[in-house]
Design a binder for this molecule. Structure first.
Ligand code: NAD
Length: 512
């Protein structure tokens, strides 16, 4: 069944004014100040949420910590069974939830559904993982001794998420944390609080049905001040924070000051190297989706193209041609490829960046423009732009969260790799080449310095099976697939003596 926005909001019990502090199905009264969520698509209101107060936050911590004592005693595969059911519920709600994601954030409907699909995928992954939380066994140097390691749950995991993946990032964290035996408090972006309430409803329905404490899933709402309640709180052993580098630096210091753990997923400045041996059909499609998909608002969006001089003019011409065909408009209309930016503040950043690139000497290939008139009344729709630049420009070194693409030229692959690496961020990277010497060089230790390095695909659109994250100012965190689960657990090394002696390690003698 296809749902309208109103109908989807009703389905999830969203009203004009909603509680913003949730412990399972229970709501706690907050400050009485409300944040309004208005859609960048057409300015329509999705409703508002009550901002969490310090008292309400303390109650959340108390109740979720109590739930942890029960949840951690449940065998991991049984916890996995509950995550399996959450995955089933998400399958049922994919249409209305995906639509709300698209309407609240402004990404295309396809990407809204895709985001819910990612949640379903991580649930499946977490179910399998619940039987695979493996530790190693070691051979002891002492006779009659055995050594092994095991992983135990950490406790409360604080999840701070960004607006651009309003729901998937929470699920990447929470589904793994839950099978690991942790409990979660989620502070969604203040720009997208409503889809978080919908996720909470879906989750608590499943938890209730299974008679497990719904307080393993909590939501708090507000801006950075509410985030800071968690980052400074030693009752929260792990903070997983997704957002800007600016935020990550503050969060890392706050959590570091109390020697807590962080998982940081921060900004990117992702490049594609297009070699003279590239399949240009693939290269153009990969660059196009990477640069303008989600209106350039993915952490993995393609910001820079580093193009071999022999194919530079052809790439430029084909890109200009492709950009000319882009349809910009309401992302719920599936014939449009580019939707709005999240708000007019983001539009200001876009405009300022374009001014900066011109001031630094960039050449306009396709100029930017804030779109006006019918369908664009919100002032949030912009034209994807392209500039020819040099990599060292200050503006090129920054992540502008908008569809601005920078082109630069190279003649030698080593220089291209050096350019690709010569930015403060290290999230995603790609090479387009059919030459195995080039692609292997790019993937080698002398190649890309990013957490993600792709061959013949663009920089965005990761699958959940791999560990996701980046190096340098991207924060170094890894979440989602592979062994990312380990960050949600504490490792314990156990040595057991089953002999009648007490030999000391390293052969030390200590007798009286
Ligand atoms: P943002 O940094 O403005 O906000 C992100 C979250 O952090 C919000 O929930 C916000 O309330 C919270 N926050 C901000 N300051 C805080 C503080 N001092 N203490 C605690 N919490 C605080 O980012 P945004 O504009 O929502 O998202 C865009 C950014 O996120 C981009 O830089 C993008 O690259 C990045 N991002 C990274 C990844 C990744 O996996 N690497 C994924 C998505 C987005």
């Amino acid at each position: 069944k296809s749902f309208g926005i109103e109908e989807a909001l009703n389905l999830f019990g969203i009203k004009d004014k909603n509680p913003g502090t949730l412990v399972g199905e229970k709501s706690i009264t907050g400050t009485g100040e409300y944040i309004e969520s208005s859609s960048p698509v057409d300015g329509g209101s999705l409703g508002s949420v009550d901002v969490t107060s310090k008292e309400a936050y303390d109650q959340v911590i108390e109740e979720t910590s109590k739930a942890f004592k029960e949840w951690r005693m449940m065998p991991a595969p049984k916890r996995g069974e509950i995550i399996r059911q959450i995955g089933e519920a998400l399958r049922e709600y994919k249409e209305p939830l995906g639509k709300l994601v698209s309407y609240e954030m402004g990404k295309s409907l396809q990407e809204g559904y895709g985001e819910v699909q990612e949640m379903i995928d991580i649930c499946d992954f977490a179910v399998g993982l619940s039987r695979q939380l493996y530790g190693l066994t070691m051979h002891s140097e002492r006779p009659g001794h055995r050594m092994y390691e095991q992983y135990h749950p950490l406790g409360v995991v604080g999840i701070i998420s960004a607006f651009n993946f309003p729901v998937a990032v929470w699920s990447w964290n929470s589904m793994l944390a839950w099978v690991c035996g942790d409990v979660c408090i989620w502070k969604p972006s203040e720009k997208t609080p409503i889809t978080a309430l919908a996720c909470q409803k879906i989750t608590t329905e499943v938890l209730k049905k299974n008679n497990v404490p719904t307080a393993i899933s909590c939501v708090i709402n507000g801006d950075y001040k509410v985030g800071e309640m968690m980052t400074s709180d030693k009752r929260v052993p792990l903070i997983s924070a997704t957002g800007s580098i600016r935020m990550g630096k503050i969060v890392a210091q706050a959590v570091g000051a109390r020697l807590g753990k962080t998982l940081l997923e921060l900004g990117g400045n992702n490049a594609i190297i297009i070699s003279k041996d590239a399949d240009l059909d693939i290269a153009i499609r990969g660059a196009l989706f990477g640069a303008v998909g989600t209106a350039g608002q993915r952490c993995t969006s393609t910001r820079r193209l580093i193009i071999h001089e022999d194919v530079y003019d052809e790439v430029k011409e084909r890109l200009v041609n492709a950009y000319g065909k882009l349809k910009i408009g309401n992302p719920l209309d599936q014939s449009n490829q580019v939707g709005p930016l999240i708000d007019t503040h983001a539009v200001d950043q876009y405009t300022k960046s374009i001014e900066a690139v011109k001031a630094e000497g960039g050449t306009t290939v396709i100029d930017g423009e804030v779109l006006k008139g019918e369908e664009y009344e919100t002032g949030t729709y912009v034209k994807p732009a392209i500039f020819e630049v040099e990599n060292h420009f200050e503006i090129v070194q920054h992540e502008t969260f908008a569809p601005i693409l920078y082109m630069m030229k190279y003649s030698d692959l080593e220089d291209a790799i050096e350019m690709q690496n010569a930015v403060p961020q290290g999230l995603s990277s790609a090479i387009m080449s059919t030459n195995i010497r080039e692609t292997e060089m790019f993937l080698s230790h002398a190649g890309s310095d990013c957490g993600i390095a792709n061959v013949n695909i663009g920089t965005s659109g990761a699958e959940i099976g791999g560990a996701f994250g980046g190096e340098k100012e991207t924060g170094g965190g890894r979440e989602s697939g592979s062994d990312a689960w380990k960050v949600y657990m504490r490792r314990q090394t156990n040595t057991i003596n089953y002999s009648t002696q007490l030999p000391l390690a390293q052969g030390i003698e200590f007798d009286i």
